[in-house]
Design a binder for this molecule. Structure first.
Ligand code: AMP
Length: 600
């Protein structure tokens, strides 16, 4: 029931007093983003003006935009890596930030095969928490009654490591779930989860998922929304149900927890929740035993009003599968964030995935926008790029996001390409177009062209003794299987047909490619089981020439034609698949440990 608090919002009638305040905050921030941005930059520069990094650019205490833009360069992770490495190695002097670095957040973006380390500070969680606190007030405008039930969210922590100096390094969400902000969050009737915190905080991904699914089943009638951070995570949960429903139903029928759940705190967390119910167990058996998984989400959780998962960007590939499992209920993409900085939220969370726009909240950091022109020459120090402020971006144009944060990143290129779709008040709204240089992605892995090339090169070394080489290749992220997996099409030149590569060697080539891929990929394969074994499909000789003929018939220039290193256009896939001679899967998991390779 909406409140009439005198605080009513242009966004719509708030559901309660707390929501009214949150919506009012959004209004304040978006009415004059330019002023907010000016203030934020001045705050960051006065906080960090004495740092070694900013001292290098001789700002002489200036905190205005013009001086900042004229003196401080636009950088990438590689530019900052020596400074970041010093912090990781224990240098506690104010290098990037005047506040002590509290931990490193390990981005899913990689550098030299390792996760990027993003320094952060304690107070940053307050800012991020503030953005989280805006999500439900916006959702409540569109979906009433969410205080009458619970959210089934599959949330996970991942393993963490320590840098040589003892600073913790972990993914941002692991940091958040382990923070007091999450663990001691005040009760909010609009934001109650079925999963006990003990289940979310369990590092063992099987036990965590099992416990969360079990709770979701036990409270199935109370569940009003089902979610995970990314679409791939929710699909993994459905796959888990497909594989483990019998054991889950058994636990519900007997009221006795599966002995494979050995983590004492998870067992304790479930103790008050798991009660025997033959009726519920029979219901689960009835829904799952027939092998029909269409609309399984809404069959098991009949009161689900929407799925809360990010399906923009690389995750859009999962929309058809999610629709199949849910019968097409709305998919809500609520927020846009990264390890470096949380950016903003979707003010119309019920909009279709293809129409989702995120409003960047100008209080989260200082944002600049590099006009994105793929044909422009690369940036050089002599011709600095002209960056546009948040309030000055133009509708229809594409930009790369550049951020300056309280934790010490200055004019840092995030690598995301965004397109301006409109404004809320004076704050621009952006469609996420894509991440630069990402060829393949199944879960949070991001593989670029150079990594794929290196993987193919390394694997093809195994073919040398057969006098065979890979003459062409391309790739495809196959998400028809759960988990999805990388498919790499190879055209081989076998010089001596009497000594052609054996099946065993081609399988080893799959594994050799996986061993070459970055740590996030290998973690997905080994620890998270979010990526399936890599597949090589060997195609007939001449296939890639046919691919070129096809591209030229569709208007490509013969002089400029380049083999696409990743394909997803159906006619091209059909052509490739119709020329497949044999397929091979990786026979084992690649090596992976949470530890970073030392780069110092
Ligand atoms: P990470 O480096 O692991 O923190 O991942 C952050 C990146 O995930 C962002 O820079 C985006 O590329 C992507 N991302 C985060 N939120 C969204 C979203 N709502 N839609 C599309 N991509 C997103």
């Amino acid at each position: 029931m909406a409140v009439d608090s005198g605080l009513s919002s242009p966004l719509g009638p708030p559901a309660c007093e707390k929501d009214a305040k949150a919506l009012q905050f959004i209004e304040e921030m978006t009415r004059n983003p330019d002023q907010v941005q000016e203030k934020i930059l001045a705050e960051i520069l006065s906080q960090n003006g004495e740092t070694e990094y900013l001292q290098r650019f001789k700002l002489a205490g200036a905190t205005d935009r013009d001086t900042f833009k004229s003196k401080v360069p636009v950088v990438t992770y590689e530019d900052l890596q020596p400074d970041i490495q010093r912090i990781a190695n224990g240098d506690r002097s104010p290098i990037l930030c005047s506040h002590p670095i509290s931990e490193f957040l390990t981005s899913s973006g990689t550098s030299a095969g390792e996760r990027k380390l993003m320094p952060t500070i304690h107070e940053e969680w307050d800012r991020r928490q503030k953005l989280y606190s805006l999500l439900m007030p916006v959702m409540n405008l569109y979906v009433p009654g969410l205080d009458k039930g619970k959210g089934l969210y599959f949330l996970f922590v991942k393993s963490e490591t320590k840098t040589p100096s003892g600073l913790v390094a972990r993914p941002v969400l692991t940091g958040y779930y382990r923070s007091e902000h999450f663990k001691k969050r005040p009760y909010d009737p609009y934001n109650v989860y079925t999963s006990p915190d003990e289940a979310i905080l369990c590092v063992d991904s099987f036990q965590s998922m099992y416990a969360q699914m079990l709770c979701g089943l036990l409270m199935h009638k109370e569940v009003l929304r089902v979610g995970a951070v990314f679409a791939s995570g929710l699909l993994r949960a459905i796959r888990f149900l497909q594989v483990h429903w019998q054991q889950l139903a058994h636990d519900i029928s007997t009221g006795i927890l599966n002995p494979k759940i050995t983590d004492p705190s998870v067992r304790e967390g479930l103790a008050g929740i798991l009660k025997p119910s033959q009726e519920l167990a029979d219901f689960i058996i009835q829904e799952c035993s027939g092998g029909n998984w269409e609309r399984i989400i809404t069959r098991i959780w009949p009161n689900t009003k929407y799925l809360d998962v990010i399906v923009t960007g690389a995750m859009a590939q999962y929309i058809p599968t999610l629709d199949y499992f849910s019968g097409g209920i709305p998919l809500a993409c609520t927020m846009y964030a990264s390890s470096e900085c949380y950016f903003g939220l979707n003010l119309k969370p019920m909009s279709k995935p293809s129409e989702v726009s995120y409003t960047i909240m100008p209080n989260m950091g200082y944002f600049e926008f590099l006009p994105h022109d793929p044909s422009a020459p690369p940036l050089s120090r002599d011709s600095p790029p002209r960056l546009v402020d948040l309030a000055d971006v133009e509708v229809g144009k594409e930009y790369e996001l550049v951020i300056t944060t309280y934790a010490g990143l200055c004019r840092y290129r995030v690598g995301d390409i965004l397109q301006v779709t409109g404004f809320h008040n004076s704050a621009p709204q952006f469609q996420f177009i894509r991440r630069k240089n990402v060829l393949l992605s199944i879960d949070s892995d991001k593989t670029d062209e150079a990594e794929l090339q290196k993987a193919v090169e390394n694997a093809s070394l195994l073919l040398r003794e057969f006098n065979t080489s890979v003459v062409e290749y391309t790739s495809f992220a196959d998400t028809k299987t759960i988990p999805g997996h990388y498919v790499v099409y190879w055209e081989l030149l076998v010089k001596d047909p009497s000594n052609s590569p054996t099946d065993t060697v081609l399988k080893q080539c799959c594994l050799a490619m996986e061993e070459s891929l970055n740590t996030v990929y290998r973690q997905g394969r080994v620890a998270d089981n979010s990526i399936g074994p890599l597949e090589i499909r060997v195609v007939k000789s001449g296939t890639f020439e046919e691919l070129m003929d096809y591209a030229i018939s569709r208007g490509a220039s013969i002089n400029q034609y380049k083999v696409p290193r990743c394909v997803n256009f159906t006619p091209i896939m059909e052509l490739l698949d119709s020329r497949v001679l044999s397929t091979y899967f990786s026979p084992a998991a690649p090596h992976w440990t949470p530890e970073r390779r030392r780069t110092d």
